[in-house]
Design a protein around this ligand. Structure first.
Ligand code: ADP
Length: 241
């Protein structure tokens, strides 16, 4: 398994043409093997940071470094292959089986069938979906929590050093959400990916984040270990807490 590399967001501003700025001089480092949890109100710019890291977007000013290299200097496909992406509604292919969904990226990358098969079994076990029971099911034959587990397994399939997660557990009921969060923390303790997770749930940010970053109107108004954020006396942070 490949552990993570470093991400540096350096004085990054971003705006869509003809609109107000979405991000304003944001600087944040994510050390290898750690989790940065981004929190803040809707529209604060959290998802935009994820899109800048995997180069769906490029900064208007400043730069984003992945393993020390500007995202603009990475061959686009190679950068994407370094980065697993998990989103709220998963985006599983409904006509593909669970196993085919999990094995999608290795298959696209031309892995031999046997290696993909071994990897799919390994990942399904990792996320608590026994292969013999779940491999041939369609996504709509799963619960929301099980679908989200498939999403995590799929993102990890090609063993990328980086993982970007956008409200990955957001659509789930509180109990399932807590289960998945705990399971993810266990997986991360072994895999040590470099992770950026976006959440509007402060408890989730504190539970998972090595570092918690609070975004407000496109500015990073606080960033540090959970205990430091909890103790912040910034009224905007307190309000959010
Ligand atoms: P968050 O993830 O914190 O909810 P986003 O990063 O998704 O916020 O969005 C930040 C801001 O950028 C919001 O004001 C949103 O309306 C705006 N925005 C997002 N996508 C687009 C787009 N494609 N075109 C114009 N504005 C956008």
């Amino acid at each position: 398994m490949t552990g993570g590399g470093a991400i540096r967001v350096e004085r990054v501003s971003f705006g869509y043409p003809g609109r107000a700025r979405v991000l304003d001089e944001v600087t944040v480092d994510v050390a290898p093997g750690t989790i940065l949890a981004l929190v803040g109100p809707s529209g604060a710019g959290k998802s935009t940071i994820l899109k800048l890291i995997n180069r769906m977007l490029v900064p208007t000013a400043g730069r984003v470094l992945v393993e020390g290299r500007d995202t603009r200097d990475w061959p686009e496909l190679r950068l994407r292959r370094q980065i697993g992406y998990v989103i709220q509604d998963v985006g599983l292919f409904p006509h593909l089986s669970v196993a085919a969904n999990v094995g999608l990226v290795p298959t696209l990358e031309g892995w031999p069938r046997e290696r993909t098969g071994t990897r799919v079994r390994e990942l399904m076990a990792l996320v608590g979906l026994p292969f013999d029971e779940f491999a041939e099911r369609a996504p709509d034959e799963l619960s929301g929590g099980q679908r989200q587990r498939v999403g995590v397994a799929r993102a990890l399939a090609a063993d990328p050093p980086f993982l970007l997660m956008d409200e990955p557990f957001g659509a789930l009921d509180p109990a399932t959400r807590a289960d998945l969060r705990r399971e993810f923390a266990e997986i991360q303790a072994t895999l040590r990916k470099t992770v950026v997770i976006v959440t509007h749930d402060m408890a989730e940010a504190f539970a998972l984040g090595t570092t918690v970053g609070v975004l407000h109107g496109g500015s990073l108004i606080a960033c540090g270990p959970p205990a430091a954020i909890r103790a912040s006396d910034d009224p905007r942070v307190r309000k959010f807490l």
